[in-house]
Design a protein around this ligand. Structure first.
Ligand SMILES: *Cc1c(COP(=O)(O)O)cnc(C)c1O
Length: 367
């Protein structure tokens, strides 16, 4: 048996008839941008997240760039973020001309450490980007307390629906940013993204910024505008998939829990049963002998990957921009140990069992 890391054919085929009907509806209407499909999805997703407003945009990276812009972040400003989340936030920070300042992550969750955040703040800090990595909510209480008056943007691209104390990802900080890249927990048929916020002023300004800064057609009320739109077909697909997001998340959690149970003894990063604050976007184990574990899984037919192999501060394009040495011991160690296992809702029981058995057989505990 060969188990892929993901297989988009399965979700596309499962939804195929509904997707075809949605596309036919959009084509029949002949209204392809800023129409009723987007309005309906924005309302549904805002309600789902428990946010006052949702605005569809082109992709998740744009969502973060627009969030930084609307908060007034620009040249000379610093934005504190993590270095282990795939460089997306750093791309957005650099795009607005600001400087990324990397803070270390918590050793258990690999999300932004509130203590490290507190140490990274300077008088030039204008915003914080906290990533809910692998589907697990960051410690938002601790992060918001450490950030104090500095606005916190949540990168929710891996955490659609993650919930703590009755609140969902995107509703804790000033602005929540989502990607609907096809492999995300809520995925489109191409690129799409969204920002959510409960601040009506920010929402109005974001509405302008995503379309050239227009308040109305051809009237530019906001500087820094761009063109970043979610089209009607993507909105229609997302609206039809949203009702099954919670079931997909539950399935992902069950798969990750199955792996957790298969490994004898404690698993670094998986100390507690997978809870509602984790939507298991990725099932990531940590092993001091990753190469051997990956090879053993590969020989059992199990595909694996590393999310992400190169921390942001080691990316060749960024090194010249860094002010001084960056000290991120938890980030560095994790980058050398993390390994992503197959985890997606359309996996068969046989596949999940096969991965669990291969993992149990290959796992070696640190001495
Ligand atoms: C996928 C992802 C993004 C970027 O989303 P795009 O839609 O591809 O721009 C941002 N942050 C994280 C953590 C992601 O996983």
């Amino acid at each position: 048996m060969r188990v892929p890391l993901n297989d988009l054919r399965r979700s596309c085929h499962r939804d195929g008839d509904a997707i075809a009907a949605a596309m036919t509806r959009v084509v029949a209407r002949g209204w392809v941008l800023f129409g009723p499909e987007l309005t309906a999805f924005e309302a549904a997703f805002a309600a789902y997240c428990g946010a006052g407003h949702c605005l569809g945009v082109g992709n998740g990276t744009d969502a973060m760039e627009l969030a930084l812009r609307v908060l007034g972040v620009g040249p000379g400003d610093e934005v504190v973020t993590v270095a282990n989340a795939g460089f997306y936030a750093t791309t957005a920070i650099l795009a607005v001309g600001a400087r990324p300042v990397f803070a270390d992550v918590d050793a258990e969750t690999l999300t932004l450490s509130p203590a490290a955040l507190a140490d990274a703040l300077t008088p030039r800090t204008r915003a914080v980007v906290a990533t809910h990595l692998y589907g697990r909510l960051a410690d938002m209480d601790g992060i918001l307390a450490a950030a104090d008056a500095i606005p916190v943007i949540e990168d929710c691209a891996q955490a659609h629906g993650a919930r703590r104390a009755g609140r969902r990802a995107g509703s804790f900080g000033a602005i929540g940013c989502f990607s609907f890249y096809p492999t995300k927990n809520l995925g489109a048929l191409g690129d799409a993204g969204a920002v959510v916020t409960s601040d009506p002023t920010l929402a109005d300004r974001l509405r302008a910024l995503r379309q050239y800064g227009w308040r109305e057609k051809y009237v530019v009320a906001e500087l820094g505008g761009r063109n970043s739109r979610m089209d009607e077909i993507q909105a229609a697909v997302l609206a039809l998939r949203l009702p099954s997001l919670d079931a997909g998340n539950a399935r992902r959690r069950a798969i990750k829990e199955r792996y957790r149970a298969a490994i004898p003894g404690p698993v670094p990063g998986w100390a507690t049963p997978i809870g509602q604050d984790d939507v298991a976007h990725l099932a990531v184990v940590r092993s001091p002998d990753r190469a051997r574990l990956a090879a053993a899984l590969a020989s059992a037919g199990v595909d694996t990957a590393v999310h992400y192999p190169v921390p942001d501060h080691h990316q060749p394009a960024v090194r010249p921009l860094l002010l001084g040495p960056v000290n991120l011991p938890v980030t560095e160690q994790a980058a050398a140990q993390i390994l992503t296992l197959p985890c997606f809702p359309d996996m068969t029981e046989d596949e999940v069992g096969h991965v669990a058995a291969a993992l149990a057989a290959a796992w070696v505990h640190p001495a």
